[in-house]
Write a protein that binds this ligand. Structure first.
Ligand SMILES: C[S@@+](CC[C@H](N)C(=O)[O-])C[C@H]1O[C@@H](n2cnc3c(N)ncnc32)[C@H](O)[C@@H]1O
Length: 265
């Protein structure tokens, strides 16, 4: 990649993604007729999908995934997006949060008023979302990815950083918790560097022993932190979102390095 990437340049590069794409969160297109011979876990997943009203709703409203409704609820309740804002979406595949963001910030300029910019990144390849710089196949936690994102932003600070990143679940609750917390801290450190004062950070975790520490760490940098469990989060899930608002800004670089995240690693 060139070292001088503009928003437009990144977009045209990313439009060409047509390799294997992320589908784990994809909507079911057809009703499975015969579950015989399928693994028990697959049967459970399919049955749950069929009973899930958000899956149907996502299909009707053309969202790539039911997760859209979590962000829509957060937006409805807390009004975190405004037209004209710059937003980074970490762990964006297959792209339903990015779809919500593009509409909310007027990234396509369809409405009157200011036009925003959206950046979507995921370690899996995924189909570009119109109106967003879509970086598939890129591990957000790598310095290379974060440098590329920052270059693309050309020094413009962002208003909102989102992280819906989730590791592959091992099934062992503590391990999964530690892994998602590690991703959360990576997103938080990035947010501290790129956000403008007053900015917002939304991060997903699976609740566990390190959630409270994360909340406390966020409170050092944001005036308000709230725990949100949207209706679309499944009852059996330990998922929750930390909504951190009113970024205080960093006076010096030392402040960033003062973020002791070693306990999470
Ligand atoms: C729940 S899905 C996100 C769904 C998305 N918000 C949407 O609405 O379409 C979690 C995503 O986090 C991504 N992820 C996990 N670790 C990552 C990493 N290190 N870098 C980038 N993405 C990551 C996964 O590939 C997965 O696509």
């Amino acid at each position: 990649m060139s070292s001088n990437l503009s928003y437009a340049g990144m977009n045209s590069l990313c439009r060409n993604v047509s390799r294997s794409v992320h589908t784990s969160c994809a909507l079911l297109k057809e009703t499975p007729q015969n579950l015989k011979g399928k693994k028990h876990s697959s049967q459970q997943w399919l049955t749950r999908q069929l009973r899930d009203p958000y899956v149907e709703k996502a299909k009707q409203e053309k969202y790539r995934c039911r997760s859209a409704f979590k962000l829509l609820e957060i937006q409805e309740r807390f009004k975190i997006f405004k037209p004209g804002q710059n937003v980074v979406d970490c762990g964006a595949a297959p792209g339903s949060w990015t779809q919500v963001v593009v509409n909310a910030i007027n990234a396509l300029g369809k409405a009157d008023g200011p036009v925003g910019r959206a950046y979507a990144v995921d370690k899996l390849p995924f189909y570009p979302v119109e109106g967003a710089v879509t970086l598939g196949n890129m591990d957000f936690t790598s310095a290379k990815t974060q440098d590329m994102l920052r270059e693309s932003m050309q020094g413009v600070k962002v208003d909102v950083v989102l992280s819906d990143m989730a590791p592959n679940a091992s099934g062992v609750r503590e391990i999964d918790h530690d892994n998602i917390i590690r991703l959360a801290y990576s997103a938080m450190k990035f947010a501290l560097r790129v956000s403008q004062p007053g900015g917002t950070f939304v991060v997903k975790v699976w609740d566990g022993r390190k959630s409270q520490q994360l909340e406390q760490d966020l409170l050092r940098f944001y005036n308000r932190v709230k725990i949100v469990r949207p209706d679309a989060t499944r009852d059996e899930s330990t998922e929750m979102f930390l909504l951190a608002r009113e970024f205080k800004g960093l006076k010096t670089r030392v402040d960033t390095s003062a973020t002791d995240v070693s306990s999470a690693n």
